[in-house]
Design a protein around this ligand. Structure first.
Ligand code: SF4
Length: 244
């Protein structure tokens, strides 16, 4: 069974070791697997090379589209598992794109990596089927707010958010650029009775100056709501680059 991965700057599959840059596991040493394809189209997406291919006229803020052949690579699950195992990490972060679009192949991949802990980053519109769900230690759910440009009926699937809200493995990470975004996130938290301690506000931004400026006004809002603040360590350390 094959998986469709994103490519790194060399054109190889985007599998690498680093520290997790965001959310509850920030700072942990992990292996990363970045899968290609997404079911949403966020205007500020910083991994548009996973979905915004030539011919796709959905808006993205920099207007750039990507050559699908150069930005996707399909590998057999055994090849992917060997590359992940070779990184020697105890924990795997599966990201994208939207990785749950490839749930059946992911479950088969994880059968080959029985001892690794698994964290998955998802936009929260999809659920993991049971054979994959049993292998997930942590869901980083990032529901997309109106400033993402996605229609709410695509981005905010109420029963999915209800299910993640009751799952203690699920942490919610809202990408915010303005106080209005925080208010929208807080309304979602109330509607789905999400425990505030499992909610992160993370500034939208792909450079350190933007992140720092937004974190300054986010701190008092985190204090008001009881939410947690997420930085984006990888941006400070490596900039907006692939394979980091
Ligand atoms: Fe990008 Fe994530 Fe939005 Fe998909 S859901 S377009 S990967 S930010």
């Amino acid at each position: 069974m094959a998986l469709t991965l994103a490519t790194d700057d060399t054109g190889g599959p985007e599998i690498f070791a680093s520290v997790q840059g965001e959310g509850p596991s920030a700072g942990m040493p992990v292996a990363f697997l970045r899968l290609s394809r997404c079911n949403l189209a966020c205007v500020w997406c910083d991994t548009a090379y996973t979905w915004h291919f030539e011919g796709d006229d959905r808006p993205h803020r920099n207007g750039r589209t990507f050559d699908r052949k150069a930005n996707q690579v399909t590998l057999d699950k055994r090849d992917v598992a060997e590359r992940i195992a070779a990184l020697g990490q105890k924990r795997l972060v599966i990201t994208g794109g939207e990785p749950l679009l490839q749930a059946p192949a992911l479950a088969k991949l994880l059968d080959l990596l029985p001892d690794i802990g698994v964290e998955i980053e998802t936009n929260g519109t999809t659920k993991a089927p049971p054979h994959l769900d049993v292998r997930i230690d942590q869901f980083n759910v990032s529901p997309k707010l109106s400033h993402s440009g996605n229609p709410a009926e695509l981005a905010l699937i109420q029963e999915r958010l209800d299910a993640y809200a009751t799952d203690p493995r699920a942490f919610f990470k809202f990408v915010v650029a303005s106080e209005d975004d925080v208010n929208e996130a807080a309304a979602i938290v109330r509607r789905h009775t999400i425990p505030p301690g499992r909610v992160f506000l993370m500034p939208e931004g792909t450079d350190s100056a933007t992140l720092r400026a937004r974190e300054e006004w986010l701190v008092p809002l985190c204090l008001d709501h009881g939410f947690r603040l997420s930085d984006r360590l990888h941006i400070h350390l490596f900039g907006d680059t692939r394979g980091t």
